[in-house]
Design a protein around this ligand. Sequence first.
Ligand SMILES: N[C@@H](CCC(=O)N[C@@H](CS)C(=O)NCC(=O)O)C(=O)O
Length: 243
Amino acid sequence: MSAPRFTLYGSLSPNVQKAILMLEEVGQPFRMVPLNVHRGEHFAPEFTRLNPLQRVPVLVDHAADEPLVIAESGAILIHLAESFGHLLPTEPRRRAEVLQWLMYQTSTVGPVWGQLNHFARDGSHDAYGLARFASAARLVYDRLEERLAVSPWLGGAQYSVADVAVWPWVSIEARLFGTRFPHMAIDAPGHPRLTAWFRRIEARPATRRAMAHIAALPSNRNTGTAEQEDRLVGRGAFARSLD
Ligand SMILES: N[C@@H](CCC(=O)N[C@@H](CS)C(=O)NCC(=O)O)C(=O)O
């Protein structure tokens, strides 16, 4: 049996889950290389050579003689969509709409919810940071609900990479915070369209296969030492000089 065309480096994080979801959408087998970011495995020289940004996910496409290495989850989704002609329209207007919502995910949904995760979970006692990002996160939920009131899918008339990018984030935030921040629960009454959208995607065969794959990945939370956690978030001895 030949080796799969793709290798994916990653953890259990939502940005990695996006890539898994998309690989299942395009029906491509892949080799998964799990990295524990809490232990700083993504700072190792071998991984840094692949991605100098020291972030996961990283996808390697071995189709050509010289493997193509892609970091940034949005770029990974676009590469897979274009390679297999799936979930990214070519007609300029429809494509622009999809890309707008994909960029909204990478520029806003992920970073805002990621900051909330930090202030709500990681032993932070910064009440201002928590209040600021809890409110910003709520605004994102409201924006998604507004969008789904005028469009069946985030990217327009068809399921697209924009939906693939947002779905794992909604899934993970619900699991982490659905009790503490009730609007984040999947079935919260305040966002019926988002709930219906989530359930439609959850029922897709590719999503089911992706979730089975994700369920088999190790959870690395609370596995890092205090020093490794400081390095991960760039604080304490790892804070950058502001001189
Ligand atoms: N914009 C990047 C964000 C990637 C990212 O933040 N990945 C996290 C896991 S979700 C990571 O690698 N964190 C390790 C670190 O920040 O050192 C993407 O969309 O791929």
